[in-house]
Design a binder for this molecule. Sequence first.
Ligand code: ZN
Length: 164
Amino acid sequence: MEIQITRSQRRRKTVSARMKNGVMKVNAPVDIPEGKLREIVERFRLKFERKSKITELSRSEDLAEIAEKLNRRYFNGRIPVNSIKYVTNQNSRFGSCSYRRKTIRISHRLANMPAWVRDYVIVHEMAHILEPNHGKSFYDLISVYPLAERSRGFLLAKGFELEE
Ligand SMILES: [Zn+2]
């Protein structure tokens, strides 16, 4: 990523950054120490990179389509999913679900894992739309997915928390 830093002569106190045509343009106070500026610029860079990663992911793979397929295959299409998307702020949780809004978020880390593991996570979160807790009826729901146990082992090995 190309980075352009402008030190503003005007009396600004904070560093700001924006993306323009693939270039990160940074505005910094004139008197900010070099080390501190480098730190802030790095944080901005990571943030913009995460954003473009999300855009890339949602282009290359339509999660909604996958969810719809799994919904038909395992739940007779009876689970109402309003939206499903990748997020980059879930590193130890593989996914989350808003029971009331019927929305699902999947950790972007799943995008690089085998499809059967990703599918397990989607099935798991879809089941939460019907059953918010991890009780017996929840496990009955996800038992239709044949690789549930193997997927849980895989996720555990990758350092995900298995929210029991
Ligand atoms: Zn769960």
